[in-house]
Ligand binder design. Structure first.
Ligand code: ADP
Ligand code: MG
Length: 684
């Protein structure tokens, strides 16, 4: 027997391996089995080029657990190792790499493991002793047994092995005995080895016979050696893709489409991606994509590895260029991984474009289920946008679909305003905003339906991408102002009259919303009062509500505009009623105001053009006093007008009608409105 010391200067390497190098102890099994797979594939390669002339025979890799001896054994019939090879590949190579690594990354030992071929040594995370029993495939070589108890000392001796290949025997340490449970091993094999290319046997197939469970003695093969993504797309049918999806995600709904990735230049990449149905945030299941490297499972949390919107897809990506067992931060910065992910983005866009071109009807049918994905991609990934703007769709209120180009052509003529800005009208709720949509349609305008959770973001992003365009919600202004075609005539009502009428309407409003009273001349046939929501303010509010932040806009009460149509006969009636019942009171206040206003104007005129210090103090005081007095009278005037408005049935009725048209009249106010209406009709 030969004794030796593993060539490593730090005596403490094992504790470090155990503690830091792998955060997940369980990956030891993946490492050992991938080594077994590698060894088996090497042998197959040698056989195929004629360098190995013997019988390949059964190449199944066997995993077995001996609960009594507390061992786990992984056996393969691969190339095997001679004593020299063990010395070279196990004793030296692994550790020389590790030493450099430790010197370099003392503080962040987690960073780059795996790159240095520490795969085999991960077995010490769960074992107090590891044996290698190996027989090389080379003629005339002897079997050897290597043993190491976790210190840098090892023994190497002659051994017996029936056939070429390698057994790795792990003597499981006390605090890792969970790995001796069959169910645990089953779980790990399913997770990491499910699609490995060499058959892996664990335990035996059991059958029920005459009410008893009998061991058939036949190997239970745990993996599919020929998974779907490794096969030729031309050999596969839709059912095969559907079945594979069900195997991967038994609980998920059927997917919409799939993409079979098959690239061998400039890097190697295979895989199958599926588009799930995503109708709302609620359905989003991120991190369903599984990443493989040569059929070895790497990770199923691809966040940060592929662009965020792609994490909405499901399926499998396999590339030998994806490094095994490295940390996430390493994967994220790996240039191969970056290339792969931008390539996938391109493929996904190409595939969508292909479906769109070949079968637009099907594409439109599925649009509602994929639009969240496509919109998300377009907003967050410019490269994707550049491709997707050819097949992304708009849907209008009549349920018709248009590409961006088609839609621009449709509205260009009629919806360009006097500043040459193209105005896209949209609704976020067809029912609530019905009356506005109706009016827009009467003008020959087209209205988009943008009621998705994501649409406010989509609108913002499209506005920044479309030239000379803006999006305006149909209820953001009265119809004439939505798309201003020519300068409008001024409202024919004096400033004073507007101020008075404003107070009357303000007095008649109620509730938590904040109303801005405005005046517009919409003609006798339009509604007397219309409620609109300023596009900018509303968007700010929507956005901050969505982000969950309660910033300036989030806390703001709902702000709506109350647009009063000055040429409507009923509005004129309000003015008449006001004059009739308040004529004297307001007239009196106006009479008091008049001389004050004149005096103030005089004083201001005399101090005009003077420097601040040249105006006598007495004069300044007088101006200030006058202003105060005017303010007081104005405010009592406003009070009088407001309290008139508050009790004026007609004013209230006009406001309520506007609210009603907006679906904003509810509860007590609605029943008051009904009563008031009956009263008014009775009086007729
Ligand atoms: P890596 O697999 O990245 O090379 P490992 O530490 O997992 O690093 O393995 C080190 C080396 O030991 C392998 O490259 C291989 O030469 C040898 N080896 C490990 N396991 C086996 C095995 N089951 N059969 C033959 N050679 C093996
Ligand atoms: Mg390895």
């Amino acid at each position: 027997m030969q004794k030796g010391k593993i060539d490593v200067s730090s005596e403490n390497i094992f504790p470090i391996i155990k503690k830091f190098l792998y955060s997940d102890h369980e990956i030891f099994l993946r490492e050992l089995i991938s080594n077994a797979v590698d060894a088996t594939q090497k042998l197959k390669t040698l056989a195929s080029v004629g360098e190995f002339k013997g019988e390949l025979g059964d190449l199944t890799i066997r995993v077995s657990v001996d609960k009594k001896k507390k061992t786990i054994t992984v056996s393969d019939s691969g190339v095997g190792m001679t004593a020299e090879e063990v010395d070279k590949y196990i004793n030296q190579i692994a550790f020389s790499g590790a030493e450099d690594f430790l010197a370099k990354y003392k503080d962040k030992t987690e960073a780059i493991i795996g790159h240095f071929g520490l795969g085999f040594y991960s077995s010490f995370m769960v074992s107090h002793k590891v044996d290698i029993i190996s027989q090389s495939h080379r003629d005339g070589t002897k079997a050897i047994k290597w043993s190491c108890d976790g210190s840098p000392e090892f023994t190497l001796e002659d051994a017996e092995r029936e056939r070429r290949g390698t057994d790795i025997v792990l003597h499981i340490s006390e605090d890792n005995e969970e790995f001796l449970e069959e169910s645990k091993i089953d779980e790990l094999l399913t997770k990491y080895c499910r699609f490995l290319p060499i058959p892996i046997a664990f335990s035996t197939i059991k059958e029920w016979k005459d009410g008893k469970e009998v061991d058939t003695g036949k190997d239970k093969i745990v993996n599919d050696t020929n998974p779907l993504w490794t096969r030729k797309p031309t050999d596969l049918k839709d059912e095969d893709y559907a079945k594979f999806y069900k195997d991967l995600y038994p609980a998920a709904q059927d997917p919409l489409f799939n993409i079979h990735l098959n690239v061998d230049y400039p890097f190697n990449l295979t895989g199958v991606l599926y588009f799930p149905r995503i109708k709302s945030n609620f359905d989003i299941q991120k991190n369903k994509i599984q990443l493989y490297s040569n059929q070895v499972f790497v990770t199923d949390s691809v966040e940060g590895i592929v662009p965020e919107f792609l994490t909405l897809l499901h399926g499998v990506i396999d590339s030998p260029d994806i490094p095994l067992n490295v940390s996430r931060s390493y994967l994220q910065s790996d240039s191969n991984v970056k290339k792969i992910s931008s390539h996938i983005t391109k493929k996904v866009a190409d595939r969508l474009n292909e479906i769109f071109k070949n079968d637009r009807e099907q594409f439109e049918e599925k649009w509602e289920d994929i639009k969240l994905f496509i919109n998300f991609g377009m907003i967050t990934d410019d490269k994707f946008y550049e491709r997707a703007d050819k097949f992304a769709l708009f849907k209008n209120v009549d349920g018709k679909y248009f590409t961006f180009d088609e839609y621009e052509k449709l509205i260009k003529e009629n919806q360009t305003d006097k500043n040459k800005t193209l105005v896209y009208l949209y609704t976020s709720d067809k029912d609530e905003q019905y009356s506005y949509i109706d009016q827009a349609k009467n003008r020959g305008y087209d209205v988009l339906e943008m009621n998705g959770q994501f649409d406010p973001h989509v609108i913002n992003s499209l506005e920044s991408k479309f030239k000379d365009s803006r999006f305006v919600r149909v209820d953001s202004d009265v119809i004439d102002n939505l798309i201003v075609k020519e300068d409008k005539k001024e409202v024919d009502l004096s400033f004073e009259a507007q101020t008075e009428l404003r107070s009357v309407f303000e007095g008649a409003t109620y509730g938590s919303a904040q109303y801005w009273v405005q005046f517009d001349d919409m003609g006798e046939n339009a509604a007397p009062v219309v409620i609109t929501r300023n596009e900018f303010v509303r968007r700010m509010k929507d956005m901050s509500a969505m982000s969950g932040a309660s910033g300036l806009y989030g806390d703001m009460p709902e702000t709506v505009n109350l647009v009063v149509n000055v040429s409507h006969p009923l509005v004129k009636s309000v003015m008449e009623q006001k004059d009739k019942s308040l004529g004297d009171k307001v007239g009196e206040l106006n009479a008091r105001l008049e001389p004050l206003d004149t005096k103030l104007a005089e004083l201001q005129k005399s101090s005009e053009g003077k420097k601040e210090e040249d105006i006598p103090q007495a004069e300044k005081d007088e101006i200030e006093d006058l202003q105060k007095e005017i303010e007081q009278i104005n405010s009592s005037k406003a009070d009088v007008l407001k309290s008139f408005g508050k009790d004026n049935k007609l004013t209230k009725q006009l406001i309520d009608l506007a609210l009603l048209a907006n679906n904003m009249l509810k509860g007590e106010e609605l029943s008051k409105f009904v009563k008031r209406s009956v009263d008014l009709i009775n009086k007729e």
